[in-house]
Design a binder for this molecule. Structure first.
Ligand SMILES: [Zn+2]
Length: 201
């Protein structure tokens, strides 16, 4: 999740990610493509593939998983930030790709424009509503849409080899929670503003 509610054109956006293991936990694996640069800083990890205190400049197209050696093991964790710099020019976009666990062919590639506020191709209704006071962050919105498509029966059953891929579990990632809570925060702001108008005139 973005740590600060600022994600306009040219802005540096540090996003926090907390990954941890436990019985039955699975984060699956997907690929993220982003036209803007991302820098990962690992603030503290235990039994993870990223050592504590390391920096990593990711490739524009990179694999994402929990980075834990054994994600079903209690006590394993990775606390990282991923900072991206928002574009000031047109064309910022990203994509999420899922591959078949068996034959490794693409199941789905979900690509979308993620132009920030202030960029020439920004769409204020792309991820939320133009009246929002708290912005929906493009990557969380994209993650929720991606998983909805990825888990549909048409996509989950591989067109190439017929393998029935497991349901992608959104719970360890929590993108849907952040999208839902941001939506409610905006609605609550408007509810209060509306009520104040009624009461105070
Ligand atoms: Zn397959």
């Amino acid at each position: 999740m973005p740590i600060f509610p600022y994600d306009g054109a040219g802005v540096m956006v540090p996003c926090g990610a907390m990954l941890y293991g436990g019985p039955g936990r699975t984060h699956h694996h997907f690929f993220h493509w982003n036209t803007v640069s991302e820098l990962l800083v690992s603030w503290g990890t235990n039994e993870a593939m990223i050592p504590t205190g390391s920096l990593m400049a990711t490739q524009p197209f990179h694999g994402v998983n929990s980075f834990l050696r054994d994600e079903t093991k209690e006590g394993t964790f990775a606390l990282v930030t991923i900072t991206q710099r928002q574009s000031s020019e047109a064309g910022q976009s990203e994509a999420l790709t899922a591959k078949c666990a068996k034959c490794k062919k693409d199941l789905v590639k979900f690509e979308y424009g993620s132009a920030p506020e202030g960029a020439p191709d920004h769409d204020p209704n792309a991820f939320g509503d133009e009246t929002d006071v708290f912005p929906q962050f493009s990557t969380q919105w994209g993650g929720v849409e991606f998983v909805r498509i990825r888990n549909s029966d048409d996509v989950r059953v591989c067109a190439n080899c017929g393998h029935e891929n497991e349901i992608f579990d959104l719970r360890p990632w929590g993108w849907d929670r952040l999208v839902g809570q941001t939506r409610v925060s905006n609605a609550a702001f408007h509810a209060l503003a509306g009520s104040a108008k009624e009461v105070l005139g």
